[in-house]
Design a protein around this ligand. Structure first.
Ligand SMILES: Nc1nc2c(ncn2[C@@H]2O[C@H](COP(=O)(O)OP(=O)(O)O)[C@@H](O)[C@H]2O)c(=O)[nH]1
Ligand SMILES: [Mg+2]
Length: 442
């Protein structure tokens, strides 16, 4: 099989030339590629994207094990490297059976670290299926074949999971990493339940997807959780999971630290705000909390400042909070489903009032039932609020903003175009790896 080793030539300054390992091949920076450029139909079945940051002692074993695991499969390895050690030179000397492509990012292009490296690799990958795997052998390459088979059997995304029976997270170094891993997993699943409820390990760095899942989808991850980004923003309907044992690092040190925790929170916030069709329940809850403030504020304003009587003041407070909640839910929680036809907003507002009345009735019924069953007043009040909230939410989701009224596409679409083909597909262009959301041509 033809081997190609590409690198971004503009990034080569200041580093020793990367050499092609084939007998007689010269330094790539000096000698142009002699391999025939891959034709459109020459794309491999599988691209394996490997982010590397100072992994010189792990890369030879990784390449050998990927090679053995994928014997007989048409694949390419795409390294996205930010190393300051000998990693790129070692990759260049590889003798893998699959194509090996290397993208070495200069310091000025490394913003975002690991996840932007993976996005870069995903965008550069040419395979029908694309996998991501760490270079430190914490992810056993032997599982790649199983992941591919699961995708070929119909799954859009296949996740290698530590949290299934027969899987294990034992290789995580230290108790704190176990706590952070489990905590972030549950927070993500709770927040983005629409997309993650079936994902046992949304923080896994080891996964495989059909390229259509991310094609035309703008990816804007921060930190380490690339899979969560793909699951939340990608276009997929079938998820498969395969258990695996997360091994200790073969060599070298982890680059993860407390900073990744901050980045995780930033990333979570970004997805919460930017992705329309997730976390609706929580957005609805946040809007409801703001409504309490509006209600009490108006009550105070009318009765204490303007001298209005208590009951009219109460009515203004309640109506003001209903209208404010309606506006926020229309603008934030269900903004992709709002009815933009003539009088659409009026229709929605009327329905929202009906849903609110039903919510109050549900509150009353639950409160009365709890009292009848012998409950004290406060727990009964809480039961009433819960029932009212639920009825309100279901009413808003099904009756005020039903799915059929959606007029926007399922996910945000940025640049759907891949950059124009390069003469030599083994040499990646700067554009090809510009971070999503930061493309000049987007
Ligand atoms: N290109 C690139 N790769 C990185 C970066 N940080 C980590 N990696 C790679 O991502 C993978 C996982 O990183 P690691 O430090 O092992 O994180 P851990 O497994 O969560 O402890 C390894 O292959 C690293 O070499 C980065 O900033 N840039
Ligand atoms: Mg690791």
């Amino acid at each position: 099989m033809i081997r190609k080793l590409g690198r971004r030539l503009p990034w080569s300054a200041g580093r020793p030339p990367v050499r092609d390992a084939r007998p007689g091949a010269g330094a790539l920076a000096a000698a142009p590629q002699t391999d025939a450029p891959a034709a459109a139909g020459d794309a491999p079945l599988l691209s394996v994207v490997v982010p590397t940051f100072n992994e010189q002692h792990n890369v030879p074993t990784l390449i050998a094990r990927v090679d053995a695991a994928l014997a007989g499969i048409d694949f390419e390895l795409v390294f996205v490297d930010d190393s300051t050690d000998e990693t790129p030179e070692i990759i260049a000397r590889s003798t893998a059976a699959g194509d090996v492509r290397l993208i070495h990012r200069p310091p000025s292009e490394r913003e975002g670290g690991l996840t932007t490296a993976i996005v870069c690799g995903l965008r550069a990958a040419r395979g029908t299926y694309i996998a991501a795997i760490d270079a430190d052998l914490q992810h056993p390459p032997e599982k790649l074949r199983d992941l591919l088979l699961a995708a070929q059997s119909g799954a859009d995304i296949v996740v290698a999971s530590r949290y299934l029976r027969d899987g294990s997270a034992a290789g995580l170094p230290g108790v704190s990493r176990h706590i952070v891993s489990a905590g972030s997993k549950w927070l993500s699943r709770l927040l983005f339940y629409e997309r993650l409820r079936h994902a046992s390990d949304p923080g896994s760095g080891f996964f495989l997807l059909r390229r259509s899942v991310i094609e035309g989808v703008e990816l804007r991850p921060v930190g380490y959780k690339m899979l969560t980004e793909v699951l939340v923003r990608g276009r997929w309907s079938r998820l498969a999971e395969i258990p695996y044992r997360f091994e200790p690092r073969l060599a070298g040190r982890s680059k993860a630290g407390w900073w990744q925790g901050i980045q995780y929170l930033h990333h979570t916030y970004r997805m919460f705000v930017e992705v329309r069709e997730v976390a609706r329940l929580w957005k609805f809850l946040a809007v409801g909390a703001s409504g309490v403030g509006v209600n009490l504020g108006l009550l105070w304003l009318t009765t204490s400042v303007l001298g209005v009587a208590a009951h009219p003041g109460w009515a203004v407070g309640v109506e003001g909070s209903i209208l404010s909640n309606f506006w926020w839910n229309r603008t934030f929680t269900w903004r992709d489903r709002r009815d933009s036809r003539r009088f659409g907003m009026v229709r929605e507002a009327v329905r929202y009032h009906i849903a609110s009345v039903i919510g109050v009735l549900a509150n009353f019924v639950a409160f009365s039932a709890a009292i009848r069953l012998g409950s004290a007043t406060m727990p009964a009040g809480i039961a009433g609020i819960a029932a009212g909230f639920l009825a309100n939410y279901i009413g808003a989701a099904r009756f005020v903003f039903p799915a059929s009224a959606g007029v926007r596409p399922h996910v945000a679409i940025a640049s759907a175009e891949r950059p124009a083909a390069n003469d030599d597909p083994a040499v990646l262009t700067v554009k090809e790896c510009a971070p999503d959301g930061a493309r000049s041509d987007a």
